[in-house]
Write a protein of this length. Sequence first.
Length: 402
Amino acid sequence: MRPVARDLHILWVNRHAGFVGGAERYIHDTARELKRWGIRSTLVYDVAGEVDAAFLSPFDAAFPLVDAGLQLPRIGADLVYAHQVEASTVAELVETGAPVYRFLHDHAPFCPREHKFSPWTGQTCTKAVGLHCLGCTGGIVRRKGRIRMARVAGLFDDLRTQKGVAGWVVGSDYMAKHAVEHGIPAESVHVVPLFSKPAEGSGDAEPGRLLFVGALNRGKGVDLAIEALAHLPRQLHLTVVGDGPARASLARRAERLGVADRLTFTGKLPGWRVRAELDRADLLVIPSRTPETFSLVGVEAASRGVPSVAARVGGIESWLEDGRSGRLVAANDAVALANGVRQVALDRDLRTRMGLAARTRWNAHFRPEHHGARLIELFGGAADTAAATHPTVTLDALQGVA
């Protein structure tokens, strides 16, 4: 799929201008892909955000966001693409009159705890935000080491604040459904599945090598993967890539279960090292309690012909076909996870067929050009609609403004 070339200028807005998390990685990789098709991109970021020169490489210009009302007309972009920013910032962007699209990266707008699973039972939450959330959190939430009151009503206030957003971009049907359940008009929600770059080379998978990639916290379910390992044959080994607050407790859990010698913690790795780990993997394990908005690592594995065994939560079904390109199992259930892993990991022929099916599906739906083409179609239509009233000013006019 080749995007239609057109003159389009996108203004990206995000808290950070550096490689902080998954949202920033998406912004960088997508801007780079759009640049291949002649799309111009300008980035504005919070004055207190992180800045990394390597992150800025796909952008034609980048500035701290100081005064949206003054800066946006002078930048002259066709539309605004907002990411990890406060609802009040989105409202300021809307007030400029530019078409504003917002990408929903996580559950922050829909869950006071932002994790969408019960802290008491570990069960995945599928409900829209409401008074029941106070029972889930006990009325409080710990965020960045601080105890705060859960903002149930505040979430609805934030959504109302962003009422003028022209469109909401999501990566999966699951997130689209969730957005609509929270009062966002269905016609303004656009599903644009995420993407993974083609593998630069395929390494030789190591027999029996299971891989987890992600943050080490309860929502990602690494404890379930370790418990599942205790139910699996000794020839299977689990490599855990990532870091987080649960690392020490997970190591102790492995010791108690007698699987510490079959478990390797690598810590957080740079992108090229993560890709190398994927090349070596026989099977990717995604044991999340938190309903994944998409789970991009699964598509990255698929691009390398590595199948996944994953919890049936959130948007994972957007790319994993149960029984064909991997297995879906019940969430928060270590035995079910172990059974799914056993079926795939110990059957070489099945694993090979599933890996081939995973790569075929990636090639058909989740290449960079697929995502780029959908965005260009969506944003191009918005730009055409707004062209009569939205001023265009060259980037040279920015001198002395930002």
